[in-house]
Every structure is written in C-alpha cells, then in structure tokens.
Design a protein around this ligand. Sequence first.
Ligand code: FES
Length: 252
Amino acid sequence: MRIIAQEELAPSIYRIVLYGKFDYAQARPGCFVMLKLPDGTYQLRRPLAIAALAPLQETITLIYRVVGDGTHLLQQTAVGAQLNILGPLGNGFPIENVESTENVLLVGGGTGVPPLMLLAQALKDKGCKVTTAIGFRTAALIFGEKEFEDNGQLLLATDDGSKGFQGNVGQLLATQPEQTYTKVYACGPNGLLQMVQTRFAGTTAEIYLSLESRMACGVGACEGCVVSTKDGTYNKRVCVEGPVFNGREVRL
Ligand code: FES
C-alpha cells in the first residue's frame, strides 16, 4: 500500500494513511496488520491496529508510537513510499450481534486507544449509545478526542490532571454514576484490562478485552504470543485467536 499521509498527533504518536488494495470487507474493529518496514535490516514485521477504514477511498489509517529504531524509520518514510502490509489479521471485537438499543462502554489507554476509534464509529453506526473512557499520562499526549466525541460521550483522564479527570481510567470510572452496560470493550496494558475484568465481573455485561502482546510472526506460527484461560484448560495465540478475548475467560 502507498503512504498518502503521515502526521504527528502528539509527541511520538503518528497517524499514517495508506492507500491501495486491502481486504476491507474482512477488517473489523480490533483487527491489525503486520507492516514490513521499508528497509531490509528489519526482518520482523510490526503489528499495528487499524484506527480507521475507508473502503470507498481504499484507505486504512494506522496510529503508532515511535518506540525504537524501527518505528523511527517508519516515521521518516516519505509520503508516496510503498509499504508491504499483511492483513487484516486476528479476530477483532465481535459486533455483528450488537443491537441498536445497547448501552456500551469502551475503555482504553495510551496505544490501546487507536482500535477503539474504529470500534466507536462502528457501534455508533449501529445506533448504540457509546461511552468511551480513555486515559493518557498528560494532556500533550491526548489524541482521538474529536473522533470519540463524534461517536458518543467521552470521559477523559490524565495521570497528572492536566486535562479531564486526574488519575487513571479505573479511578475515573469509579466516579461515574452506576450504569447498566450491555457490553464493555477494552484495549490497553494489562493493568487496565485487569481493572476492567474486576470492575465489571459482578455485572451482566459481556466483556471483550484486546490484549497487547509482543508478536513475532503475527500469523500463528511461532507461538510467541500465547495466553491461557482462567481455568487453564487451553492456550490461545493472541495473533490468531485474539487479540480480542472474552474478558471473563482470559487470564491476564
Ligand atoms: Fe507468532 Fe502469534 S506472533 S504465533
């Protein structure tokens, strides 16, 4: 696919828009792609979540954080360059059976936020009442505000209180009036996912968690991304059976 735009959203956070052939019909919120860096020295592909899809324009949008030499190289790659993309991969958030009357909650933090952008739009399009609670370290690192506000209610937290609620997303949710959510979707570091598991365990909500896991092959071959279920009966690969799992079953 060809890079048609690349911009900085926040310090070290970039949005890249790619144009070209892609299996748009198979991609659903929570799916990811494995991106090959345009330099033969980096053999491993990078897993990046899909933040937006525009099948008619034939574009996908990815949001990534520069964390090392590989992602720095991606950030330096000029508009017009071709990138080799494998995907869409993984099982995304199950939204086929969501009803228009449902009250749903999305919870995310940091680099767990991009897949929720596509999810919020898809759930809004279904007619759901969407609330999104997201957290960042500080106001300068916030991105996606407009996208979430366009698709429902946004609850924002920053660790240092520079914008929104001061504290983490779990503390923010604790301040909210009790609500009956039919489904809770979360993406982010394990601490955030554990908070969601605990917080909604005693409710009737279906819980879906998208796990961040270091991936090597991304297609189920290396078993480097295996997680187990709470009852320990089986192991699953984040890249193939996930990255989204039933939050009442998966062991974090
Ligand atoms: Fe290789 Fe999942 S990354 S099996």
